[in-house]
Design a protein around this ligand. Structure first.
Ligand code: HEC
Ligand code: HEC
Length: 215
């Protein structure tokens, strides 16, 4: 599979893209300091800014939300906001009427590649090897090449995300729930896995993130 051509000179990354490579949205814009739309709308500033600073463009307690609409379906983002997950609380009781739609529309404007807010936990190599084998069996049909490539062409929109930096963005608890319960377009593919197997998968994803860091 060919690497998508970066459209911004000087911004090319040699590694696989973090995002699905739609022709209009493949270039990471690391240095642009503000989202294209300017100030964050009311509900973002009041409810989200404390953990997703600078209008969601910078990492804080929560991950930077740059490019989130290219990684995730609206259903996934909607559920994250309403129900919360991992270290983020849900906002079902605090959002009124069209505020959720305004938030979703705003998140669509956050372009670029996110800087990260976490360090991957240390890895037990044997757990990571077991996790890699499980990943091949359970995950690779959608998260291609061991999670290093977006699952484009599988009917998902956006495609199943690249998981290289998953542990630099998300807590293990968030990932464990995604594996067990699914979320958005992903079915509950790991509902029958044991705690130890889920831990092995997370060890594999951690090893991926550490590898990527060493590039
Ligand atoms: C049938 C296809 C499919 C399979 C199999 C699958 N996934 Fe997914 N996965 C997806 C899609 C699509 C998304 C994006 C969901 C959305 O945004 O609606 C996703 C999202 C995720 C996320 C969330 C990414 C983020 O940044 O929040 C994680 C973590 C994940 N998958 C891990 C796994 C693991 C581990 C396995 C194997 C146990 C797996 N997936 C199997 C399709 C799949
Ligand atoms: C108390 C801190 C906190 C607040 C307030 C908060 N978030 Fe979060 N958010 C987080 C954390 C932490 C995560 C990552 C969860 C994890 O990995 O455990 C997250 C994750 C997300 C994600 C998923 C990102 C991805 O790449 O998968 C979205 C979308 C999101 N938040 C949007 C919002 C919006 C919109 C608001 C305001 C309505 C908000 N958040 C308020 C802490 C917060």
């Amino acid at each position: 599979m060919a690497s998508p051509a970066p459209s911004t000179p000087g911004q090319a990354r040699p590694a696989a893209p973090r995002f699905s490579a739609t022709p209009t949205a493949s270039a990471p814009i690391r240095s642009s300091p503000t989202p294209s739309s300017g100030a964050a709308p009311g509900p973002f500033a009041t409810l989200c800014e404390t953990c997703h600073p600078q209008g969601g463009t910078a990492p804080g307690t929560g991950p930077s939300l740059r490019g989130v609409a290219r990684r995730h379906s609206p259903g996934f983002i909607r559920a994250q906001i309403l129900n919360g997950r991992g270290d983020m609380p849900g906002f079902r009781d605090r959002l009124k009427g069209e505020e959720l739609e305004r938030l979703l529309a705003y998140l669509q404007t956050l372009e670029g590649e996110p800087p990260f807010n976490r360090s991957p936990p240390p890895v037990d190599p044997e757990a990571a090897t077991r996790g890699q084998e499980l990943f091949r069996q359970r995950c690779e049909s959608c998260h291609l090449e061991g999670g290093r490539w977006p699952g484009s062409g599988l009917g998902f929109e956006p495609p199943a995300p690249v998981l290289i930096d998953e542990l630099r963005r998300h807590t293990p608890a968030f990932i464990a729930r995604q594996i067990r319960e699914g979320g958005g377009q992903m079915p509950a593919v790991g509902a029958d896995l044991t705690d130890a197997q889920v831990a092995d998968l997370i060890a594999y994803l951690s090893a991926l993130a550490l590898e990527d860091q060493g590039d």
